[in-house]
Design a protein around this ligand. Structure first.
Ligand SMILES: *Cc1c(COP(=O)(O)O)cnc(C)c1O
Length: 372
């Protein structure tokens, strides 16, 4: 008899896989619906830059060859943009992969990792898989309570995850508060600042004047790892490419774990080209700021509380029937994200879409809530 469960490493036995947003194809297959919209995974409704698409076409002719395993050209461009040495960079198959490198490089069995309540669900999965212990610190006003997180640091704490802004809440930490927290930590405690939504969050139109550029701190705090991605505003989620900026010695450790050729040649080429399209970036940010304002106004007019967000998504409170609202929206062909697994059973998370998608979502929401 086989008993795979007992043969699995202890951290893996109790793992529950990450639940991604429902794919449109799946909804259409299961519900017999056509032309659904997905506002469930914080993808850019504008898609990728035409420059990225063009670069992909050129690169297609070369996919018989292995990619550049060191991502030299993308790293050179990122180093210039981020004003850091190329040796500070680690490329990942999505930034989730660099989050995993950080855990695998620093967390041994029995070590502790601190996360905030309602924080991104991938952190505890990575920690548990490595045999680490996740300490979840209760949130304050839906966001990270840095005082409580600092107080949770103990002898066995090796790493702290901070999502800024956090997903799914959209909450953020101002520069002074976050830097003081990082400065207060013992050097042996690594802190990962996950900036998947950096570009949205630093858009002045969303109004977070004190949102930091934590890359400026990397030279000062060798225990700081900042992660960013091409999956969100750059519209390249399907290609999987993200990166970390850290002290070069930390980058060296993470690169030792990195599987060879973890970022494919199409992703490298598209990411590099995407960085050059300022106009596409600005248009995407403008569409997001406008959509965010529109959704906020609608939620207010419907009397639905929401958590102010500086990302491209917003968590709205629809009451104790949130699961039923989610399901009813699916029947209207609108996919949003249930967040009960984040301890937010009364909320749904909605990605800010194109104007047409937002209107379609609002019409469906009103219908479902009987407010049409
Ligand atoms: C989307 C997201 C990521 C990154 O996803 P990748 O596609 O793996 O780059 C990381 N952190 C948070 C908080 C996110 O929401």
């Amino acid at each position: 008899m086989s008993d795979f469960l007992s043969w699995a490493v202890p951290g893996v036995r109790a793992l529950r896989p990450y639940q991604p947003g429902k794919p449109m194809e799946e909804l259409e297959r299961e519900y017999g619906i056509r032309e659904s919209i997905k506002l469930a995974s914080n993808e850019n409704p504008n898609g990728p830059s035409p420059r990225a698409l063009h670069a992909l076409q050129t690169e297609l002719g070369r996919i018989g060859l292995y990619p550049d395993g060191n991502g030299f050209r993308l790293k050179a461009k990122l180093a210039e943009r981020c004003a850091v040495p190329a040796a500070a960079l680690t490329l990942g198959n999505g930034s989730s992969e660099v989050l995993e490198f950080a855990v695998r490089a620093f967390v041994s069995v029995g070590d502790e990792v601190i996360v905030a309540q309602h924080a991104f669900a991938i952190y505890p999965i990575l920690v548990q898989a490595a045999g680490g212990r996740c300490i979840e610190v209760p949130a304050r006003d839906w966001g990270h309570d840095l005082v409580a997180m600092r107080a949770a640091v103990g002898e066995r704490t090796r790493l702290i995850f901070i999502a800024n802004p956090n997903n799914p809440t959209g909450t953020w930490l101002p520069a002074a508060e976050l830097e003081a927290f990082i400065a207060s930590l013992p050097q042996r405690v690594m802190v990962v600042v996950d900036e998947a939504y950096f570009e949205y969050a630093s858009d002045p139109a969303l109004g977070a004047a004190e949102y930091p550029n934590s890359l400026e701190w990397v030279a000062r705090y060798p225990n700081l790892i900042v992660t960013r991605t091409f999956s969100k505003v750059y519209g390249l989620a399907g290609l999987r490419v993200g990166y970390a900026v850290s002290h070069p010695e930390v980058a060296d450790l993470m690169n030792r774990i990195r599987p060879p050729f973890n970022v494919n040649s199409l992703a490298l080429a598209a990411a590099e080209a995407a960085l050059d399209d300022e106009a596409h970036l600005r248009a995407s940010l403008a569409m997001n700021a406008e959509g965010m304002q529109y959704l906020g106004e609608i939620f207010s007019s419907l009397g639905l509380p929401y958590i102010p967000s500086i990302g491209n998504f917003v968590a709205v409170e629809v009451g104790d029937e949130a699961a039923a609202v989610y399901d009813a929206l699916l029947h209207e062909g609108v996919i949003v994200r249930p967040v009960a697994n984040y301890g937010m059973a009364h909320h749904l998370r909605v990605t800010v879409g194109s104007p047409a998608e937002n209107q379609r979502f609002v019409a469906a929401l009103k219908k479902v809530l009987g407010r049409a």
